[in-house]
Design a protein around this ligand. Structure first.
Ligand SMILES: C[C@@]1(CC(=O)O)C2=NC(=C\c3[nH]c(c(CCC(=O)O)c3CC(=O)O)Cc3[nH]c(c(CC(=O)O)c3CCC(=O)O)/C=C3\N/C(=C\2)[C@@H](CCC(=O)O)[C@]3(C)CC(=O)O)/[C@H]1CCC(=O)O
Ligand SMILES: NC(=O)c1ccc[n+]([C@@H]2O[C@H](COP(=O)([O-])OP(=O)(O)OC[C@H]3O[C@@H](n4cnc5c(N)ncnc54)[C@H](O)[C@@H]3O)[C@@H](O)[C@H]2O)c1
Length: 194
């Protein structure tokens, strides 16, 4: 049997420097907004929905996020770079997808892989370290379980290690290749392979 591969290309976005729009204010919007803010508390995001769950309103209030009330119209895409569509109306979601494609805006219709330029993933954060987890859309549940596993598995001291290496990196003298060599030497035995 041919082995399948995951050809998605992960990038780590500066969410506070982008204009992000979530359309919808129900359970799915709540999940997407929660994970966005958990990972990027200063994300520049706004919401548009006909109505909002109380939990979305509370979360929005806590993070100073504009919650616009109304039906989706393509005007709202002005100056937006990334969209998550999470309404309960597939026609509306399809319309958002089409509008975004014609404006070259990156779009994710939640839980609808064929209407996604990108997928959200499981996210593990430990200080400066961040892992993104993707199952290529095959099992979001496993992505969640792996996120939980790595959250427990990775020690809190991981950030101390990163900061120490950063200090060492700044103190190194010599040209680029010498620095790379020294950094590789000092980290060679850091993670022992079993
Ligand atoms: C990782 C995470 C991030 C997030 O949501 O931010 C995420 N889904 C999460 C959880 C989750 N979602 C669903 C369940 C119920 C169990 C199940 O169905 O498996 C659970 C588990 C639970 O909640 O326990 C329902 C679901 N999701 C998708 C479909 C459609 C389909 O598969 O065809 C359906 C069926 C809908 C239906 O029934 O119609 C699709 C997508 N969901 C993705 C991301 C993208 C692929 C990620 C990857 O490659 O793994 C992708 C492709 C698109 C996207 O939405 O970006 C987050 C875990 C966060 C965490 O806990 O850390
Ligand atoms: N809740 C889940 O766990 C789940 C799981 C799998 C799939 N889904 C699907 O995902 C979709 C969203 O689910 P949900 O639970 O968030 O729904 P929901 O009913 O809780 O929320 C729907 C949101 O869409 C907004 N909306 C509807 N039409 C709109 C429009 N024209 N303009 C702006 N906003 C509009 C509503 O105001 C509301 O805030 C549904 O299609 C659902 O079938 C949900």
């Amino acid at each position: 049997m041919r082995k399948e591969t995951n050809e998605l290309f992960p990038i780590f976005l500066k969410a506070e420097e982008l204009n992000i729009l979530i359309v919808g204010g129900g359970n799915v919007a709540l999940e997407k907004l929660s994970f966005l803010l958990k990972s990027s508390p200063k994300a520049k995001v706004k919401l548009l929905a006909k109505n909002y769950l109380a939990e979305v309103e509370e979360l929005g209030l806590r993070h100073n996020i504009p919650l616009h009330i109304g039906a989706y119209h393509s005007n709202v895409l002005q100056n937006i770079q990334i969209v998550i569509a999470a309404t309960n109306n597939q026609m509306v979601n399809q319309g958002i997808y089409d509008d975004c494609k014609s404006k070259q805006i990156l779009v994710n219709v939640a839980d609808t892989p064929y209407l996604c330029d990108y997928y959200l993933g499981g996210i593990v954060s430990k200080g400066n370290l961040k892992l993104g987890i993707s199952t290529n859309g095959k099992s979001p549940t496993l992505a969640k379980r792996l996120r939980e596993f790595f959250e427990d598995f990775l020690p809190e001291e991981m950030d101390e290690l990163i900061l120490n290496l950063n200090t060492y990196r700044k103190e190194l003298k010599g040209d680029f290749s010498q620095k790379v060599k020294q950094l590789n030497e000092v980290t060679a035995d850091l993670l022992h392979k079993k």
